[in-house]
Design a protein around this ligand. Structure first.
Ligand code: HEC
Ligand code: HEC
Ligand code: HEC
Ligand code: HEC
Ligand code: HEC
Ligand code: HEC
Ligand code: HEC
Length: 399
């Protein structure tokens, strides 16, 4: 018995020494940055620049900001006396707070969070700490607004940014101070901006180094291709950011692709009851909702890649998504001709209108100027199923 244990131990050691599957050290130096991938993966890189992943979590320069700085549309009034204005100054882009016409505080936008599909929030450095700024741009209304979850009628400037907020919107940020789970400080020069290549492929400085030094080698080393992981690990690559509310058990950024998410978080599960009652928050929980769908439970292969070609910006291509549904649900099959389906013209391009409708988010909702109720962004439900009210509306429009 004893000898068996020893020999297994030796084998593991040998494999570690010979192979590349040694424990990854996750730190700033382990990352190369997406620009380094361009020379050898130009096609993927060029497409990636157009995605929401690339556009989120960037330095707050003009080319990444969608909201207006023009005189007639650069303001948000918290009350008739309290105004926040967006201003370009020599040292950057600012939110300037006025009380009764007098400037009280000017805060620089240092980091922009959000591609602008729904909206953009801004972060500001104070020493080595990051704070969320009071005003957010809300795309659906093309207006500046109070930041989501901020108190009504009052300017808040001291909401600290957690490592978890950054974990979902940048590739890597090095934290320090605080307790082991929650740092209070971040290093300004140790951030890998945007949701870049290495967020889904793991830290890849070694891959870059190896392939650069060995140009004759046409196979890859020291990098993860999610397609080669098991199904749960493939889902985990996305669920770290698309799994909704989860309580972490290890520091943010410790999880990297190829690991099991359950070793890093207590993963929230959506129960059927809340689904039936329509009480589920759709924001950022594509994973939880999909996992409850029949498409997912009745197959052993469905992952996010069944419907998403992740390197491309495919937003709005309803017909393309419907084609992906029909790879499993061909519209020429006998079972497809249901009573409702027979009433719809051009159904081949409309699957998601009825079965994955866009619904109001409760998390991304803001107070627009002078309005008493918050206005919500629309998010696409990933519970693939039946939505009778939505279907009824669409059928009414068919008539
Ligand atoms: C010096 C050239 C070079 C650079 C730079 C480079 N790669 Fe690669 N990469 C390769 C080669 C060669 C392969 C193997 C052939 C292929 O799959 O394209 C590869 C394959 C891959 C694969 C597929 C791995 C697999 O097992 O199927 C991924 C993912 C990848 N690279 C990601 C990256 C990322 C991310 C970066 C930037 C951080 C990067 N590469 C930079 C040369 C490079
Ligand atoms: C670092 C966290 C993170 C990871 C990992 C991640 N995403 Fe995202 N993803 C985001 C964020 C944040 C957004 C919203 C970006 C925005 O609009 O500002 C987003 C947006 C998207 C969108 C919407 C694109 C659009 O055009 O609006 C899709 C689709 C998506 N992700 C799919 C995936 C899939 C599939 C995976 C896994 C292969 C994945 N994501 C991994 C954070 C992540
Ligand atoms: C668990 C991961 C996660 C955390 C934490 C998180 N976000 Fe997001 N965020 C997302 C995802 C995913 C989206 C894409 C919309 C969706 O799926 O609801 C998004 C969308 C957004 C958008 C809209 C972007 C757009 O235009 O589409 C903004 C703005 C935003 N987040 C800001 C923040 C800020 C600020 C924080 C921290 C205080 C934060 N988020 C924390 C995952 C996260
Ligand atoms: C949001 C996650 C995500 C991001 C960001 C991302 N990839 Fe990928 N990548 C994937 C997934 C998932 C696959 C496997 C696709 C599949 O299931 O077939 C993949 C596959 C690959 C492959 C294997 C060949 C192929 O095209 O399928 C290469 C090479 C690659 N990615 C390079 C890159 C590079 C370079 C970047 C940045 C410019 C990048 N990826 C950004 C998720 C991502
Ligand atoms: C990987 C294959 C696959 C893909 C892709 C797929 N489905 Fe499914 N789906 C299934 C299977 C298997 C079932 C269960 C058997 C059935 O009802 O046909 C199912 C069930 C369903 C159901 C019945 C749900 C219920 O609660 O009764 C609907 C509706 C549906 N799918 C719509 C879609 C739509 C819309 C898309 C595209 C956005 C899609 N599916 C993509 C495999 C898939
Ligand atoms: C106008 C809304 C609407 C559109 C568009 C639509 N469906 Fe449906 N679908 C329904 C309804 C409602 C049902 C339930 C059966 C019925 O009432 O006819 C259903 C049933 C289904 C089922 C379950 C069938 C079964 O065997 O029980 C699947 C799978 C499905 N749809 C897939 C699709 C796909 C794939 C598309 C696109 C090609 C699509 N649907 C387009 C409304 C729609
Ligand atoms: C059955 C098909 C299907 C699967 C599987 C799927 N998605 Fe989607 N997803 C869609 C469709 C359709 C849209 C809407 C695209 C659009 O509006 O252009 C979408 C949109 C999104 C968006 C943008 C959200 C918004 O409200 O605009 C995100 C983020 C996203 N998906 C993430 C994921 C992640 C993460 C997974 C895996 C856990 C996943 N998706 C699996 C079909 C799917």
């Amino acid at each position: 018995m004893l000898s068996l244990v020893v020999s297994v131990f030796v084998l593991v050691q040998c494999m570690n020494n010979a192979g590349e599957k040694i424990e990854q050290v996750v730190n700033f130096a382990a990352y190369a940055g997406s620009e380094k991938c361009m020379s050898c993966h130009k096609d993927v890189y060029d497409k990636h620049l157009k995605t929401a992943h690339f556009l989120t979590g960037q330095p707050a320069t003009e080319n990444f900001i969608t909201g207006s700085f023009k005189k007639d549309s650069n303001s948000y009034y918290y009350s008739p006396d309290i105004l926040v204005q967006m201003q370009k100054r020599d040292s950057g882009l600012y939110q300037v707070i006025y009380y009764k016409g007098e400037e009280k505080m000017a805060i620089r936008k240092d980091i922009v969070i959000g591609s602008g599909v729904m909206g953009q929030s801004f972060l500001n450095w104070r020493h080595n700490r990051l704070f969320q700024m009071p005003v957010t741009y809300f795309t659906a209304a093309a207006q500046w607004s109070n930041s989501p979850g901020f108190p009504e009628g009052k300017v808040m400037t001291d909401r600290p940014i957690t490592a978890r907020c950054l974990e979902c919107h940048v590739t890597y940020a090095e934290g320090s101070g605080g307790d082991t789970l929650e740092p209070v400080n971040f290093s300004r020069d140790k951030i890998i901006y945007s949701v870049g290549c290495e967020k889904c492929h793991g830290p890849a400085a070694k891959h870059v180094e190896f392939q650069t030094n060995n140009p004759a080698v046409k196979t890859a080393s020291f990098v993860i291709n999610p397609a080669k992981l098991n199904r749960q690990q493939q889902l985990d690559v996305c669920a770290v950011c698309h799994g909704g509310k989860m309580q972490k058990t290890k520091p943010s950024f410790a999880f990297v692709p190829g690991k099991n998410l359950a070793d890093y978080f207590i993963i929230d599960s959506i129960n059927n009851l809340s689904l039936a009652g329509g009480e589920v928050e759709m924001h950022g929980n594509q994973y939880g909702l999909l996992r409850k769908s029949k498409c997912f439970t009745a197959t052993s292969t469905m992952t996010c890649s069944s419907c998403h070609n992740i390197h491309e910006n495919e937003r709005g291509k309803t017909g393309l998504f419907s084609a992906r549904c029909m790879s499993c649900h061909p519209s020429n099959s006998a079972g497809f001709k249901t009573a409702t389906h027979l009433l719809v013209t051009g159904i081949e391009k409309k699957c998601i209108n009825c079965h994955m409708p866009a619904q109001e988010s409760r998390a991304i909702a803001v107070y627009l100027q002078g309005e008493e109720k918050p206005k919500a962004a629309l998010v696409r439900s990933h519970f693939v199923g039946m939505y009778p009210d939505v279907t009824k509306k669409i059928l009414d429009n068919e008539k």
